[in-house]
Write a protein that binds this ligand. Sequence first.
Ligand code: FES
Length: 214
Amino acid sequence: MKISLSSGKIITGSPDNSILESLKNEGVFLTSSCGSKGTCGKCKIVIRSGEINARSAIKLTHEELKKNYALACQSFPLGDISIEIPKESPLTLEGRIATGRSKDLQALLHSAGVKIEPLTERIVLHLPTPSLNDNISDLERLKRELVSKGLGCLRVPFRFLTGLAEKVRKNKWEITLSVIYSEDCNEITNIFPGDKKSKQYGIAIDIGTTTLVV
Ligand code: FES
């Protein structure tokens, strides 16, 4: 069965696939922050003609229902249909993901089927306070803690050694390490005093032959 879009594009639909799914299969992405649960109300479409099986419409207002709005993730075509995609629904704007349309970036990426496996992580360590019976160097103390956490193979670049003494003492021997994982030996890329686990930001840039994607 066919799903005709107001843009003129025609895609293949099926009663077993939600309209959202069929659109995605053809490279038309709608915002779906709830992962197709029918609870975010972001994947709105307008049914111009044809019959659908709408499993839920709880996020639609009476006004929208009167105007034949439907939630694409909850709607299944029962025959050929034609639809319109309101301007607030597409996930991509001019080929770029409109991340501003979701308050929760992780939920948005999950809803697009993206598995998030970051190469870097922050680890918070509480180092034992030195004493007369435990008087090894700060670096040895750090390495000992890493070994006890199963992170023995972790390179500590020389540039961090000069500030290490101050950082470990600044917040009562609590420190946060930024770690980048690699196949042979992981590496520390930064050290902060205290617990800074929640403040890790990153940017990914794909430099292709014809396109630069950030
Ligand atoms: S994806 Fe959230 S309501 Fe359809």
